[in-house]
Design a protein around this ligand. Structure first.
Ligand SMILES: [Zn+2]
Length: 336
């Protein structure tokens, strides 16, 4: 979950599945000291290092997202993920090699829009971070704890833009002060979208293939993100997983669970929601199979400090031949 709709999704694996969940409380902007497009930044993270930021922004305003905003990324040292499970969302922006140039108009606009979305989606408060762990908005050099050994990033010109143009405009738009010339009859919203009681539809899919452990061990699977629903959110969801390589009498299980964001421990109190012994109905050796797990026709709330994830297990007789996930989808509502 938590992929920004206005960004092009360029998912980094295995980081996107494997890294710990965060509850995003800060937004920290960077200059990457390279004149790269979002795509080029993605390729750099993918091919040259195991570091990454959540977002990358090119000079033309091209915006890529590499990691879900509720998963840890690496750009901010101590702010990536604190012991209490909170962390910072990071963006690397194209710059000259000395990161001395200002952001382009397109970059400024993209930063503002993303900043507004982060306030609406995650409730990041509309202030500049007063301390290194204070929720809010900032730029990399603002607090020493956000880097190892200090940094000038994102450069003087951009710090000035951040203070004078980007951050004030985030506040103005997020608080409903923006003009709405297309709909003059509509009063400006007076409450943040975060408090809006309207449920948000979930419709996510992931075509990535994955081999299931042949011995029937559970495998965590990601949809848009390994975190399906974050702490304290209400939800109702249905997951469907397409599996092939199953043999007669294979056992397939699917379940949701709550994961403790501090310890990584799994809560066992969610019911096992789908288990089936697979029966081939003709003489084919293996066939594709769709397993569907529902949680729940009623509404649930993810406990504080936890997130909702989903796992799959498939074991062929003998436990030697693996089965394969071919596709996964998640549908439902959050914020009910
Ligand atoms: Zn930086």
């Amino acid at each position: 979950m938590a992929w920004y709709p206005a960004a092009t999704r360029m998912e980094l694996q295995p980081e996107s599945d494997a890294q710990a969940a965060i509850r995003p409380t800060q937004f920290i902007v960077h200059s990457i000291a390279a004149p790269w497009t979002a795509r080029r930044t993605y390729e750099f993270w993918r091919d040259s290092t195991n570091l990454e930021s959540h977002f990358g922004l090119g000079y033309a305003g091209d915006l890529g997202q590499f990691i879900g905003t509720e998963t840890r990324a690496d750009a901010n040292a101590g702010a990536n993920r604190r012991p209490d499970g909170t962390g910072a969302v990071s963006i690397e922006t194209a710059s000259n090699l000395q990161h001395s140039d200002p952001w382009t108009d397109e970059q400024v606009e993209a930063l503002i829009e993303l900043g507004v979305w982060l306030h609406q989606r995650h409730g990041i408060p509309l202030r500049i971070c007063r301390t290194h762990d204070d929720p809010g908005y900032g730029y990399h050099r603002l607090h020493a704890a956000w880097s190892t050994g200090g940094t000038a990033c994102p450069g003087d010109a951009r710090v000035r833009q951040f203070k004078e143009a980007v951050f004030p405009e985030i506040v103005r738009r997020a608080t409903g002060a923006a003009e709405e010339p297309d709909e003059p009859e509509q009063p400006a919203p007076t409450t943040p979208a975060l408090e809006d009681p309207v449920a948000i539809p979930i419709s996510e899919s992931n075509p990535r293939a994955a081999q299931l452990p042949a011995d029937g061990s559970w495998l965590d699977i990601a949809m848009a993100d390994a975190v399906l629903v974050g702490p304290g959110e209400t939800y109702s969801v249905v997951a469907a997983v397409q599996i092939d390589g199953l043999q007669q009498h294979a056992k397939v299980q699917t379940r949701f669970y709550y994961r403790n964001q501090q310890t990584g421990d799994r809560s066992y109190f969610l019911p096992m929601t789908h288990e089936v012994v697979f029966e081939v109905d003709d003489d084919r050796e293996t066939v594709e199979f769709n397993t569907i797990v529902v949680h729940h026709p009623l509404t649930h709330r993810v406990p504080d400090g936890h997130d909702l994830r989903v796992q799959v297990s498939a074991k062929n007789p003998g436990g030697v031949a693996p089965a394969y996930i071919r596709h996964r989808t998640l549908h439902g509502l959050r914020g009910i």
